[in-house]
Design a protein around this ligand. Structure first.
Ligand code: NAD
Length: 277
Protein backbone atom coordinates (compact mmCIF):
# COMPACT_ATOMS: atom_id res chain seq x y z
CA UNK A 1 0.00 0.00 0.00
CA UNK A 2 1.15 3.54 -0.76
CA UNK A 3 -0.23 7.00 -1.43
CA UNK A 4 -1.36 6.12 -4.93
CA UNK A 5 -2.81 2.71 -4.09
CA UNK A 6 -6.30 2.61 -5.55
CA UNK A 7 -9.40 0.56 -4.98
CA UNK A 8 -11.41 -0.81 -7.88
CA UNK A 9 -14.96 0.56 -7.73
CA UNK A 10 -17.94 -1.52 -8.82
CA UNK A 11 -17.71 -0.11 -12.36
CA UNK A 12 -13.99 -0.82 -12.67
CA UNK A 13 -12.79 2.74 -12.07
CA UNK A 14 -9.76 2.97 -9.77
CA UNK A 15 -10.12 5.33 -6.79
CA UNK A 16 -7.06 6.24 -4.69
CA UNK A 17 -7.62 5.15 -1.10
CA UNK A 18 -6.12 8.36 0.28
CA UNK A 19 -7.05 11.94 -0.62
CA UNK A 20 -7.21 15.52 0.59
CA UNK A 21 -10.46 17.00 1.93
CA UNK A 22 -11.00 20.73 1.44
CA UNK A 23 -14.13 21.53 3.45
CA UNK A 24 -13.66 24.97 5.03
CA UNK A 25 -10.21 25.33 3.47
CA UNK A 26 -11.32 28.74 2.21
CA UNK A 27 -8.63 30.99 0.76
CA UNK A 28 -6.02 28.39 1.63
CA UNK A 29 -7.51 25.80 -0.70
CA UNK A 30 -5.20 26.50 -3.64
CA UNK A 31 -2.02 26.21 -1.59
CA UNK A 32 -3.29 23.15 0.28
CA UNK A 33 -4.06 21.32 -2.95
CA UNK A 34 -0.69 22.29 -4.43
CA UNK A 35 1.07 21.07 -1.26
CA UNK A 36 -0.88 17.81 -1.33
CA UNK A 37 -0.09 17.16 -4.99
CA UNK A 38 3.59 17.95 -4.31
CA UNK A 39 3.49 15.44 -1.46
CA UNK A 40 2.15 12.76 -3.81
CA UNK A 41 -1.60 12.95 -3.17
CA UNK A 42 -3.61 12.13 -6.28
CA UNK A 43 -7.15 12.45 -4.95
CA UNK A 44 -9.00 15.64 -3.94
CA UNK A 45 -12.45 15.82 -2.34
CA UNK A 46 -14.46 19.00 -2.83
CA UNK A 47 -18.15 19.96 -3.15
CA UNK A 48 -20.27 22.77 -4.53
CA UNK A 49 -21.02 23.68 -0.90
CA UNK A 50 -17.35 24.34 -0.15
CA UNK A 51 -17.19 27.16 -2.71
CA UNK A 52 -13.65 26.25 -3.64
CA UNK A 53 -14.05 24.11 -6.75
CA UNK A 54 -12.39 26.93 -8.72
CA UNK A 55 -9.31 26.89 -6.46
CA UNK A 56 -9.13 23.10 -6.65
CA UNK A 57 -9.29 23.20 -10.44
CA UNK A 58 -6.67 25.95 -10.68
CA UNK A 59 -4.28 24.13 -8.34
CA UNK A 60 -4.61 20.92 -10.34
CA UNK A 61 -4.06 22.75 -13.60
CA UNK A 62 -1.03 24.67 -12.30
CA UNK A 63 0.52 21.50 -10.89
CA UNK A 64 1.04 20.34 -14.50
CA UNK A 65 0.20 16.81 -13.40
CA UNK A 66 -1.88 15.20 -16.15
CA UNK A 67 -5.58 15.49 -15.33
CA UNK A 68 -6.11 11.74 -15.70
CA UNK A 69 -3.63 11.05 -12.89
CA UNK A 70 -5.74 12.90 -10.34
CA UNK A 71 -9.04 11.67 -8.92
CA UNK A 72 -11.47 14.53 -8.30
CA UNK A 73 -14.71 14.19 -6.36
CA UNK A 74 -17.38 16.86 -6.12
CA UNK A 75 -20.94 16.84 -4.84
CA UNK A 76 -24.45 17.95 -5.72
CA UNK A 77 -25.81 20.35 -3.13
CA UNK A 78 -29.17 19.97 -1.39
CA UNK A 79 -30.74 23.17 -2.74
CA UNK A 80 -30.22 22.03 -6.31
CA UNK A 81 -31.82 18.71 -5.49
CA UNK A 82 -34.85 20.40 -3.98
CA UNK A 83 -35.10 22.89 -6.86
CA UNK A 84 -34.73 20.27 -9.58
CA UNK A 85 -31.61 22.02 -10.94
CA UNK A 86 -29.28 19.03 -10.72
CA UNK A 87 -28.04 19.26 -14.31
CA UNK A 88 -27.34 22.98 -13.99
CA UNK A 89 -25.52 22.36 -10.70
CA UNK A 90 -23.29 19.76 -12.30
CA UNK A 91 -22.47 22.04 -15.24
CA UNK A 92 -21.64 24.82 -12.76
CA UNK A 93 -19.27 22.54 -10.85
CA UNK A 94 -17.52 21.47 -14.07
CA UNK A 95 -17.15 25.07 -15.12
CA UNK A 96 -15.69 26.13 -11.77
CA UNK A 97 -13.32 23.18 -11.77
CA UNK A 98 -12.52 24.00 -15.40
CA UNK A 99 -12.71 20.30 -16.23
CA UNK A 100 -14.51 18.17 -18.83
CA UNK A 101 -15.41 15.48 -16.32
CA UNK A 102 -15.13 14.59 -12.66
CA UNK A 103 -14.01 11.21 -11.39
CA UNK A 104 -16.77 10.90 -8.83
CA UNK A 105 -19.99 12.85 -8.45
CA UNK A 106 -21.92 12.38 -5.23
CA UNK A 107 -25.34 13.27 -3.90
CA UNK A 108 -24.16 15.26 -0.88
CA UNK A 109 -27.13 14.53 1.42
CA UNK A 110 -30.16 12.29 0.81
CA UNK A 111 -32.74 15.09 0.43
CA UNK A 112 -35.93 13.16 0.90
CA UNK A 113 -38.13 14.96 -1.62
CA UNK A 114 -35.62 14.49 -4.43
CA UNK A 115 -33.52 11.44 -3.68
CA UNK A 116 -34.68 9.09 -6.43
CA UNK A 117 -35.06 11.85 -9.04
CA UNK A 118 -31.56 13.12 -8.28
CA UNK A 119 -30.08 9.65 -8.56
CA UNK A 120 -31.62 9.35 -12.02
CA UNK A 121 -29.93 12.61 -13.00
CA UNK A 122 -26.59 11.30 -11.74
CA UNK A 123 -27.14 8.21 -13.88
CA UNK A 124 -27.70 10.46 -16.89
CA UNK A 125 -24.54 12.41 -16.11
CA UNK A 126 -22.61 9.16 -15.79
CA UNK A 127 -23.95 7.79 -19.06
CA UNK A 128 -23.06 11.04 -20.81
CA UNK A 129 -19.47 10.77 -19.56
CA UNK A 130 -19.60 13.72 -17.17
CA UNK A 131 -18.58 11.58 -14.22
CA UNK A 132 -16.47 8.42 -14.33
CA UNK A 133 -18.33 7.13 -11.27
CA UNK A 134 -21.35 8.24 -9.26
CA UNK A 135 -22.26 7.74 -5.66
CA UNK A 136 -23.92 9.08 -2.57
CA UNK A 137 -22.95 10.61 0.73
CA UNK A 138 -24.52 10.57 4.16
CA UNK A 139 -26.76 7.65 3.31
CA UNK A 140 -27.92 5.43 6.11
CA UNK A 141 -29.38 2.04 5.29
CA UNK A 142 -32.90 3.37 4.71
CA UNK A 143 -31.59 6.00 2.29
CA UNK A 144 -29.53 3.45 0.41
CA UNK A 145 -32.51 1.15 0.09
CA UNK A 146 -34.47 3.97 -1.53
CA UNK A 147 -31.65 4.70 -3.95
CA UNK A 148 -31.19 1.03 -4.75
CA UNK A 149 -34.89 0.57 -5.43
CA UNK A 150 -34.78 3.36 -8.02
CA UNK A 151 -31.33 2.70 -9.40
CA UNK A 152 -30.22 1.20 -12.67
CA UNK A 153 -26.65 1.89 -11.60
CA UNK A 154 -25.51 0.87 -8.13
CA UNK A 155 -23.73 3.76 -6.33
CA UNK A 156 -19.97 3.23 -6.41
CA UNK A 157 -19.33 4.99 -3.10
CA UNK A 158 -21.08 6.12 0.07
CA UNK A 159 -19.15 8.91 1.81
CA UNK A 160 -20.07 8.99 5.50
CA UNK A 161 -18.81 10.42 8.76
CA UNK A 162 -16.45 7.79 10.13
CA UNK A 163 -13.69 7.88 12.76
CA UNK A 164 -12.80 5.91 15.89
CA UNK A 165 -15.74 7.29 17.88
CA UNK A 166 -18.21 6.57 15.06
CA UNK A 167 -16.83 3.56 13.28
CA UNK A 168 -19.99 2.75 11.30
CA UNK A 169 -19.26 -0.96 11.28
CA UNK A 170 -22.82 -2.08 10.46
CA UNK A 171 -23.32 0.51 7.73
CA UNK A 172 -19.92 -0.29 6.24
CA UNK A 173 -20.76 -3.99 6.06
CA UNK A 174 -24.14 -3.16 4.51
CA UNK A 175 -22.43 -1.02 1.85
CA UNK A 176 -19.73 -3.55 1.09
CA UNK A 177 -22.34 -6.28 0.66
CA UNK A 178 -23.90 -4.10 -2.05
CA UNK A 179 -20.45 -3.55 -3.66
CA UNK A 180 -20.43 0.07 -2.49
CA UNK A 181 -17.09 1.40 -1.21
CA UNK A 182 -17.05 3.58 1.89
CA UNK A 183 -15.16 6.85 2.17
CA UNK A 184 -14.75 8.36 5.63
CA UNK A 185 -15.43 12.04 6.03
CA UNK A 186 -13.99 13.59 9.17
CA UNK A 187 -11.61 10.63 9.30
CA UNK A 188 -9.75 12.44 12.11
CA UNK A 189 -12.99 13.25 13.91
CA UNK A 190 -12.16 16.87 13.10
CA UNK A 191 -9.14 16.49 15.35
CA UNK A 192 -11.28 15.62 18.37
CA UNK A 193 -10.20 12.01 18.73
CA UNK A 194 -6.49 12.71 18.69
CA UNK A 195 -6.08 13.03 22.44
CA UNK A 196 -7.68 9.69 23.13
CA UNK A 197 -5.45 7.74 25.55
CA UNK A 198 -5.63 4.47 23.58
CA UNK A 199 -4.73 6.20 20.32
CA UNK A 200 -1.96 8.18 22.00
CA UNK A 201 -0.45 5.06 23.50
CA UNK A 202 -0.44 3.17 20.18
CA UNK A 203 1.10 6.27 18.56
CA UNK A 204 3.82 6.52 21.21
CA UNK A 205 4.64 2.82 20.90
CA UNK A 206 4.88 3.03 17.11
CA UNK A 207 6.71 6.35 16.95
CA UNK A 208 3.86 7.79 14.87
CA UNK A 209 1.39 10.59 15.58
CA UNK A 210 -2.21 9.99 16.70
CA UNK A 211 -3.46 11.29 13.33
CA UNK A 212 -1.28 8.76 11.53
CA UNK A 213 -2.53 5.91 13.71
CA UNK A 214 -6.17 6.84 13.10
CA UNK A 215 -5.73 7.08 9.32
CA UNK A 216 -3.77 3.84 9.23
CA UNK A 217 -6.51 2.08 11.19
CA UNK A 218 -9.10 3.30 8.67
CA UNK A 219 -7.09 2.09 5.68
CA UNK A 220 -6.59 -1.31 7.31
CA UNK A 221 -10.35 -1.40 7.91
CA UNK A 222 -10.86 -1.02 4.14
CA UNK A 223 -12.05 2.59 4.34
CA UNK A 224 -11.02 5.32 1.87
CA UNK A 225 -9.84 8.47 3.74
CA UNK A 226 -9.84 12.17 2.86
CA UNK A 227 -8.29 13.99 5.83
CA UNK A 228 -8.37 17.77 5.68
CA UNK A 229 -5.53 20.10 6.50
CA UNK A 230 -4.34 23.39 5.03
CA UNK A 231 -0.92 23.09 6.69
CA UNK A 232 1.87 21.66 4.57
CA UNK A 233 3.51 19.81 7.48
CA UNK A 234 0.25 18.12 8.43
CA UNK A 235 -0.59 17.33 4.82
CA UNK A 236 2.75 15.51 4.64
CA UNK A 237 2.34 13.96 8.10
CA UNK A 238 -1.12 12.58 7.33
CA UNK A 239 0.14 10.78 4.25
CA UNK A 240 3.16 9.28 5.99
CA UNK A 241 1.34 6.12 7.03
CA UNK A 242 2.67 3.52 4.66
CA UNK A 243 5.72 2.45 6.64
CA UNK A 244 3.95 0.65 9.48
CA UNK A 245 1.09 -1.76 10.03
CA UNK A 246 -1.20 -2.00 13.04
CA UNK A 247 -1.42 -5.45 14.60
CA UNK A 248 -4.78 -7.26 14.90
CA UNK A 249 -4.71 -6.41 18.63
CA UNK A 250 -4.18 -2.72 17.90
CA UNK A 251 -6.97 -2.77 15.31
CA UNK A 252 -9.21 -4.43 17.88
CA UNK A 253 -8.48 -1.78 20.51
CA UNK A 254 -9.20 0.95 17.95
CA UNK A 255 -12.48 -0.75 17.05
CA UNK A 256 -13.47 -0.79 20.72
CA UNK A 257 -13.32 3.02 20.88
CA UNK A 258 -16.63 3.32 19.03
CA UNK A 259 -19.33 5.30 20.85
CA UNK A 260 -21.59 6.14 17.91
CA UNK A 261 -20.67 9.79 18.40
CA UNK A 262 -21.31 12.21 15.53
CA UNK A 263 -19.18 15.36 15.40
CA UNK A 264 -20.92 16.50 12.24
CA UNK A 265 -24.56 16.50 11.19
CA UNK A 266 -26.46 13.24 11.59
CA UNK A 267 -28.14 12.11 8.34
CA UNK A 268 -31.24 11.18 10.32
CA UNK A 269 -32.03 14.84 10.96
CA UNK A 270 -30.07 16.97 8.51
CA UNK A 271 -33.14 18.43 6.82
CA UNK A 272 -33.78 20.79 9.74
CA UNK A 273 -30.33 22.31 9.49
CA UNK A 274 -30.19 25.86 8.13
CA UNK A 275 -26.61 27.06 8.35
CA UNK A 276 -24.08 24.87 6.52
CA UNK A 277 -21.12 27.23 6.33
P1 NAD B 1 -11.05 15.80 9.50
O1 NAD B 1 -11.43 14.67 10.36
O2 NAD B 1 -10.28 15.54 8.25
O3 NAD B 1 -10.29 16.81 10.44
C1 NAD B 1 -9.70 17.96 9.95
C2 NAD B 1 -9.12 18.75 11.12
O4 NAD B 1 -8.26 17.92 11.88
C3 NAD B 1 -8.26 19.90 10.64
O5 NAD B 1 -9.04 21.04 10.42
C4 NAD B 1 -7.28 20.05 11.77
O6 NAD B 1 -7.86 20.83 12.77
C5 NAD B 1 -7.12 18.65 12.27
N1 NAD B 1 -5.92 17.97 11.72
C6 NAD B 1 -5.67 17.57 10.45
N2 NAD B 1 -4.50 16.93 10.37
C7 NAD B 1 -3.99 16.93 11.62
C8 NAD B 1 -2.80 16.41 12.17
N3 NAD B 1 -1.90 15.76 11.46
N4 NAD B 1 -2.59 16.60 13.51
C9 NAD B 1 -3.49 17.25 14.27
N5 NAD B 1 -4.64 17.74 13.81
C10 NAD B 1 -4.89 17.58 12.49
O7 NAD B 1 -12.39 16.62 9.20
P2 NAD B 1 -13.23 17.18 7.99
O8 NAD B 1 -12.56 18.28 7.30
O9 NAD B 1 -14.58 17.42 8.55
O10 NAD B 1 -13.34 15.95 6.97
C11 NAD B 1 -12.41 15.70 5.94
C12 NAD B 1 -13.03 15.94 4.57
O11 NAD B 1 -14.21 15.15 4.41
C13 NAD B 1 -13.54 17.36 4.36
O12 NAD B 1 -12.51 18.29 4.16
C14 NAD B 1 -14.44 17.16 3.18
O13 NAD B 1 -13.71 17.04 1.99
C15 NAD B 1 -15.12 15.85 3.55
N6 NAD B 1 -16.40 16.04 4.27
C16 NAD B 1 -17.53 15.58 3.67
C17 NAD B 1 -18.75 15.72 4.29
C18 NAD B 1 -19.97 15.20 3.62
O14 NAD B 1 -21.08 15.53 4.05
N7 NAD B 1 -19.85 14.40 2.59
C19 NAD B 1 -18.85 16.33 5.54
C20 NAD B 1 -17.69 16.79 6.14
C21 NAD B 1 -16.47 16.62 5.50
Amino acid sequence: MNLTTAKKLNNGVMMPIFGLGVYKSGDETYDAVRAALDAGYRHIDTAALYKNEDAVGAAIKDSKIPREEIFVTTKLWNDDMAAGTQHEAFERSLKLLDMDYVDLYLIHWPVSSALESSWRVLEEIYRAGGARAIGVSNCHMQHLMRVMAAAEIVPAVNQIECHPYLNQKALRTFCNNLSIEVTAWSPLGRGRVLEDAVIESIAARRGKTPAQVVLRWELQENIIVIPKSVHKERIIENADIFDFELTPEEIQSMNELNRNQHFGTNPDNFEDKKDWN
